[in-house]
Design a binder for this molecule. Structure first.
Ligand code: FE2
Length: 249
C-alpha cells in the first residue's frame, strides 16, 4: 500500500495541481491531507474545490480552524501580520466550503498490520499549534505523543521536510505543498520559500523487519510554473501578495 501525504497548501493551487499530478503518476492508493489548505495564498477556492474532489482524509490545521473560529485567532497563533490575508480568504468562501472545513479531523490513526499504527496530525496528536522539529529531544517528542500508541507520526505545520527515527517512533513531515520554507520561521527570522512543492509517500511493507523497512518514506520535491503563480499574484487583491512576489525566482 502506498499513501501520499500532502500538507500546508496555503492557497497555492498552481503548486497543488503539480503535486496531485505527481501523486497520480506514482500510483498511490490513498491520499491524506494534513491541513492549512486555504489561507495566505491567492487561490483559496481552487485549492478547496480540488481537495474536496479528492475525497481524502483531511486534518484540521490551525489556519483551517481559524476560518471557522475568528474569535480564536490569538490562541491559534494567527498573528496580526497575516490577519488581513485570512479576512481576504474568508470573503471568497461559501457555506459549502465552511461545511467541508468543519469536517476536518483533529488527527487520524490508521491501523496497518501486526498492531502497527500510523497517526496523521497537523502539529502534534494533541494540538495543531505544537511544532515538531528534526533533531528534537526524544523526551519532548514522547511528551507530545503521550497517550498515543502509533509507531509513526506524520505531521505538518513546520513547512520543512524531515523523516527521523527518534526513540521508538518514526517522525515524518512531508513539508509544504504551497509554501515550503528553507528555514523554519521564528522570532526575528523571516521565512524564505523554496522554489518547488513538497509532499511525501509512505510505502507500507508487511515483510519489513525494522520500522524504517515496514514504513518506507520518500520525500518528494516537485517543480512547477512560478511564472503562472506570479501572474496570478499580480492580478490578485491578496493583501500579503508582496511577500509572495519577493519569493519568486
Ligand atoms: Fe501552515
Amino acid at each position: 500500500m502506498k499513501i501520499a501525504v500532502i500538507s500546508d497548501i496555503h492557497g497555492n493551487f498552481v503548486a497543488l495541481e503539480a503535486v496531485l499530478k505527481d501523486v497520480k503518476e506514482r500510483g498511490c492508493d490513498r491520499l491524506v491531507c494534513l491541513g492549512d489548505l486555504v489561507t495566505l495564498g491567492p487561490q483559496p477556492v481552487q485549492v478547496l474545490e480540488a481537495v474536496m474532489e479528492e475525497n481524502c482524509d483531511c486534518i484540521m490545521g490551525n489556519h483551517d480552524q481559524a476560518l471557522l473560529s475568528p474569535d480564536k485567532w490569538n490562541e491559534l497563533q494567527i498573528y496580526s501580520m497575516v490577519q488581513p490575508d485570512l479576512k481576504w480568504a474568508m470573503q471568497h468562501l461559501d457555506d459549502r466550503h465552511y461545511k467541508f472545513l468543519s469536517s476536518f479531523l483533529p488527527y487520524k490513526a490508521v491501523d496497518m498490520y501486526d498492531n502497527y499504527q500510523i497517526l496523521f496530525c497537523h502539529g502534534s496528536p494533541k494540538s495543531n499549534i505544537q511544532v515538531m522539529f528534526p533533531d528534537m529531544d526524544v523526551k519532548m517528542l514522547d511528551e507530545m505523543c503521550d497517550g498515543f500508541s502509533a509507531q509513526a507520526i506524520v505531521n505538518g505545520h513546520l513547512h520543512c521536510q524531515f523523516k527521523e527515527l527518534a526513540g521508538k517512533r518514526l517522525y515524518i513531515n512531508p513539508g509544504s505543498v504551497g509554501m515550503p520554507f528553507k528555514i523554519p520561521p521564528g522570532p526575528g527570522i523571516a521565512p524564505v520559500m523554496h522554489h518547488w512543492a513538497e509532499y511525501a509517500t509512505l510505502s507500507i511493507s508487511p515483510s519489513g523487519k525494522t520500522l524504517a523497512e515496514k514504513i518506507q518514506v520518500e520525500l518528494h520535491r516537485v517543480k512547477y510554473d512560478f511564472s503562472e503563480l506570479k501572474q496570478i499574484l499580480n492580478a490578485s487583491s491578496l493583501p500579503g501578495k508582496s511577500w509572495w512576489l519577493e519569493q519568486m525566482p
